[in-house]
Design a protein around this ligand. Sequence first.
Ligand SMILES: NC(=O)c1ccc[n+]([C@@H]2O[C@H](COP(=O)([O-])OP(=O)(O)OC[C@H]3O[C@@H](n4cnc5c(N)ncnc54)[C@H](O)[C@@H]3O)[C@@H](O)[C@H]2O)c1
Length: 315
Amino acid sequence: MTGAAGFIGSHLVDRLLERGCTVLGVDNMKLGRRANLAHALENKRFKFVELDVNDAPIFLRTVRQQSHDKPFDITWHMAANSDIRAGVADAEVDLRDTFMTTFNVLKVMRELKIPQIAFASTSAIYGMHDKKLIEDLGPLFPISNYGAMKLASEACISAALEAYLQRAWIFRFPNVVGSRSTHGVIYDFVQKLKANPNELEVLGDGTQEKPYFHVTDLLDAMLFIVERATEKLSFFNIGTAETVTTVRYIAEAVVKQMSPAAAIRYTGGNRGWVGDVPKFNYSIQKLKRLGWSPRLTSQAAVDRAVEEIVAEAVR
Ligand SMILES: NC(=O)c1ccc[n+]([C@@H]2O[C@H](COP(=O)([O-])OP(=O)(O)OC[C@H]3O[C@@H](n4cnc5c(N)ncnc54)[C@H](O)[C@@H]3O)[C@@H](O)[C@H]2O)c1
């Protein structure tokens, strides 16, 4: 697994180990934290190596060494730049960490004959659309470099399937929340309140609304898809779909939990930052037809994540 020490990757490592898998995790620790892997590192079936996936020779050598007695059967590719705003300010960031990581992962998979990939894509590939976001919507014009480089990664995976890969699962999901977050709106608000417990500045007018999805539901959905979707190339939207939460709700929930006397100051406008898709209508009908539905509504996911992230911050 690439990006193994990050937010989603580290939860996924725990889940795969619980299922009896042997896992090699790599991460360059740009956003990843060793603490996220504290539990996994106690397990003999887990090996962690700190490296940059874009240091191709070192990455290849490491995977080759670790797969000496037993070849890997799947790569979970979770590494990427997860800070969309950083990629808007400097396009190189997403070229390197969102696209080139995929390119180099595929190269190593070809060399070592790893047959299957499970890839964390994003709802950001869809860009701005009035239409319901269904998987076969097009043409796709992302509005962030992050979305563009994820879409390019999907395209490279599709091409690799023609040449040497046996199977790929692509997961497109929006804002995931939960413990061990390394970024995202709840995490940002908590960090801001930690720095200034008297005031929370919120970009936009607070009316931006999106579906938020708890990491436990995401893991269930990804594993469900890998077990049930048997096509050579499977691609699914994953999310809470029908329910959404406003930024205002999230700001108030974080303030209530962390610093009840703090004032909330909105900067105004209905777009938080360039590259942000303020409202979207996400469909998970395809996933529902496969037999999976989320357990938590967007609001329940936010409530749970606010508790978890505030508890981690004040620990
Ligand atoms: N969290 C979300 O809301 C969300 C939504 C859609 C898609 N995703 C995707 O899911 C995946 C996991 O996201 P996350 O939220 O856990 O983010 P994260 O930043 O916590 O995890 C990504 C990890 O990848 C590592 N990484 C980045 N570049 C690397 C490189 N060149 N070599 C080795 N490691 C590298 C980082 O250090 C980090 O630990 C990412 O691909 C992300 O784009 C996340």
